[in-house]
Design a binder for this molecule. Structure first.
Ligand code: NI
Ligand code: MN
Length: 226
């Protein structure tokens, strides 16, 4: 069983059987989010890169819950020094966990940490759950042609940014959908700030006109089972 809840911006809560994953938990700074930092469940926290709208409340949540943070080795090392448990990976590398097999993917972006420490390379995550569901969380990224490789083996779900300015905008995100060809695509990383405001409904109409991919526009708090 895989259940995905959108927490606003680029944050998701993913439940795989009885394991709770949080992805890019930017919660206290995001007025749209439906969950509280001091109550959200987490066994693992997946962090795509060091920007504060992704690293978010990782330190506080991991400190309270004892969750293991999965990220690149630079971000893991930075968190370890603060007493957080981590599991370091790097781009292209996968690792088996109780909830499935998780690979870190390439992203075309930056990754400084909040204190301007070097945060390594930014990434995304490709998860294959134990029951064979394949989920891709692109993280913050521009369009890149190797999305075709990520989609090649089939994707049940993909979450991709559409906000423009810092990541792909609507035009490139449409091209990304064509490369990834998932069963369902969820747009993210838009409307949180004025600089990433987009007409998500116009985008979903375009995607559905030009591809066979189902667009699911999730409101913060919405849940969906794969
Ligand atoms: Ni970023
Ligand atoms: Mn961002």
């Amino acid at each position: 069983m895989v259940q995905i809840q959108y927490l606003g911006h680029a944050a998701f809560a993913v439940q795989v059987d009885s394991t709770h994953l949080l992805i890019d938990p930017f919660l206290s700074g995001n007025p749209q989010t439906p969950v509280r930092v001091d109550a959200v469940l987490a066994d693992y926290i997946l962090v795509t890169h060091g920007h504060s709208d992704h690293l978010g409340d990782t330190e506080e949540i991991a400190g309270r819950t004892g969750a293991v943070v999965i990220s690149n080795s630079e971000i893991c090392h930075w968190l370890q020094k603060k007493g957080i448990q981590t599991s370091a990976q790097h781009l292209g590398g996968g690792r088996r966990y109780p909830f499935g097999y998780l690979k870190m993917t390439f992203a075309l972006h930056g990754s400084p940490l909040p204190d301007d420490s070097y945060g390594g390379n930014p990434g995304g995550f490709l998860l294959r759950s134990n029951d064979g569901k394949k989920l891709y969380f692109a993280g913050d990224t521009g369009l890149f042609g190797d999305m075709r490789l990520i989609g090649e083996k089939g994707l049940d779900f993909a979450a991709i940014p559409i906000g423009d300015t810092y990541t792909m905008g609507p035009d490139d995100a449409l091209r990304a959908v064509k490369l990834l060809n998932p069963c369902v695509v969820v747009p993210m990383h838009y409307d949180t700030f004025e600089s990433i405001e987009q007409d998500v409904h116009a985008w979903s109409v375009r995607v559905m006109a030009e591809t066979a991919v189902k667009v699911m526009v999730m409101q913060p708090g919405d849940k969906f089972k794969l």
